[in-house]
Design a protein around this ligand. Sequence first.
Ligand code: XIL
Length: 299
Amino acid sequence: GTSLNQLLVSKGKKFWGTAADANTINIAANSAVIVSQFGAVTPENSMKWDATEPSRGSFSFSGSDFLVNWAVTNGKLIRGHTLVWHSQLPSWVSAITDKTTLTSVIQNHISNVAGRYKGKVYGELWDVCNEIFNEDGTLRSSVFSNVLGESFVTIAYEAARASDPTAKLYLNDYNLDSDNAKLRGLVALVGRVNAGTKLIDGLGTQMHLSQGGTGGVKAALTALAATGLDVAITELDIEGAVPSDYTTVINACVATPNCVSITSWGVSDPNSWRASSSPLLFDASYKPKPAYTAIVQAL
Ligand code: XIL
């Protein structure tokens, strides 16, 4: 039979995945759709800092182990998400004020979380840093940039490489949906970080879009791909989508050789973090919506 994953793989891409965690996998109709339609899972919340290291040096992996074990059992790839992010960050991290402490805290967090899942699953990928840019392309203010400056990026990628040497390491952000200032700032930083050793392997564009907001997507993917790195659509959802919004995005990825994968940020509208705007491909009964049918025709 056809599935979103098989159809995208038939176009030379690696997978079409979805966000998941225990709360959605435990809905039988939802996990049935993941099993039949998707080739990978991203933990929606369970690998974030607040979930994995709520207090310093005290790790908690029940949610992430559940997701990883489910993926292994069901033959799904995994996108690790995410190691260094200003949000869903415990206050004990935000309170750190000195470079030496914050550096070792970042390194210890990454070696424990990325190290735990090292080599677990073929094709493992990590969003190492997430949402580190302002809209004008400068570095976002966070405990990481405020204490360490831009060096936190290299510290994080070096730690991730050491913890899981074969993983593909991504830099992930939102509003990279046209060839804009934020995208250019990201590309420039990647050039600096990768100037010696290549540390960043891939660029993730979240693509939390709105109806009619897809006009710049092809140009954005082309600009990201011009780095020569892999490019992935990592959190796709489209508020108020009409089917052509979705086909515009999918066709843009298919037409961009370096665009390697697509991940939807969930399966069914009522379980979405943007639930009020019906942004996903399956309805409240876990039935495919018109956008799904349009995508299958486009692929
Ligand atoms: C969201 C989850 O979907 C929600 O359940 C949670 O309450 C907040 O985070 N960018 C990201 C994702 O990188 O991790 C976010 O996920 C959505 C925005």
